[in-house]
Design a protein around this ligand. Structure first.
Ligand code: HEC
Length: 92
């Protein structure tokens, strides 16, 4: 992992701990039944959703409010962090 990316992930993690963990969980596995898991999701998808919440293109009262103050760098770093969480799946 090269440094610029590592820094983005660390910054994103710190921001997520403060602003997202309450609902989406410290590692991106949601703690609220109506909040989606973010762990392991593609960064490009997460960034697009956050930009859409910020602009109002995607409507959700809570996420519109949370995304409003985010800078492009915040969005990139938060997305880098949640997508860096490694998720494994199993079938029964
Ligand atoms: C108060 C609870 C709460 C907090 C805090 C919160 N979220 Fe959310 N988040 C939600 C809910 C509820 C949804 C589902 C909204 C919807 O239906 O569009 C959501 C949806 C999302 C989605 C869309 C996921 C998808 O699968 O499309 C992203 C991305 C996201 N949140 C990122 C964040 C980030 C990053 C933070 C911190 C900066 C954050 N959220 C903080 C409750 C929260």
């Amino acid at each position: 992992m090269f440094n610029a990316f590592a820094n983005d992930v660390a910054d994103g993690r710190a921001k997520a701990d403060a602003a997202c963990a309450l609902c989406h969980g410290a590692l991106g596995i949601a703690t609220l039944p109506n909040a989606p898991n973010l762990a392991g999701q593609q960064a490009i998808y997460l960034s697009e959703q956050l930009r859409n919440y910020r602009s109002g293109k995607r409507q959700n009262e809570v996420m519109n409010m949370i995304a409003k103050p985010l800078s492009d760098a915040d969005i990139a770093n938060l997305s880098a962090w949640f997508s860096a969480v490694k998720v494994t799946v199993e079938t029964h």
